[in-house]
Design a protein around this ligand. Structure first.
Ligand code: SF4
Ligand code: SF4
Length: 178
């Protein structure tokens, strides 16, 4: 009976010592896992190059042929309508009238005669999908993509740009590198 009690007491002491040991193991594991996590965190903070940039203060250089908002140099536009016809979303609106008989026929910078008066050239940039087809077919190369992508508006109607508006030229001169 006595020996049974002693055995039971020994066993309980043993269980207590295991628990006590486990207690420190748990503490060590907690400290170790926190330290390991912080090591990984600080390694990314100090040793790795950031993958984000602080836009708009920092800007990436856009690829040479990136397609942003369209610009039409209307002085070279012959109102041929080809851009409007090829546009898959019909977002180019052109109106023109024939030049009155006897009026001088001017030429574009590449020598193409301008036989029509351009009365309207509007592009709805809210509809444009930046496919670039209109710039490809333009015979005088007056229609080009700029690199401007910062022209968000609250009202979609404000994204219809009238290229006969002198403000457009001012915008283009501000945006496009000479
Ligand atoms: S880029 Fe494409 S969608 Fe935009 S106006 Fe030109 S043809 Fe139309
Ligand atoms: S294709 Fe070029 S020249 Fe012809 S209407 Fe369009 S922008 Fe003008």
């Amino acid at each position: 009976m006595i020996s049974e009690r002693m055995e039971a007491k020994g066993l309980s002491d043993f269980e207590e010592s295991i628990s006590f040991r486990q207690y420190f193991i748990n503490i060590w594991q907690a400290v170790f896992s926190v330290a390991k996590g912080m090591w990984i965190t600080f390694r990314y903070v100090w040793a790795h190059k950031p993958v984000t940039i602080e836009y708009p203060e920092v800007r990436e250089v856009l690829p040479e042929r990136s397609r942003g908002r369209l610009y039409n140099d209307v002085a070279d536009c012959i109102a041929c309508n080809q851009c409007a016809m090829v546009c898959p979303v019909d977002c180019i609106y052109i109106a023109s009238t024939p030049k009155p008989e006897g009026e001088e026929i001017p030429k574009t910078s590449n020598g193409t005669p301008i036989r029509l008066n351009l009365n309207q050239f509007t592009i709805d940039e809210a509809l444009c999908c930046y496919c670039g087809l209109c710039t490809t077919v333009c015979p005088t190369e007056c229609l080009t993509h700029t690199k401007d992508f910062e022209f968000t508006q609250y009202d979609l109607d404000q994204m219809k740009y009238d290229y006969l508006d002198p403000e457009i030229v001012a915008w283009r001169d501000r945006i496009v590198e000479k």
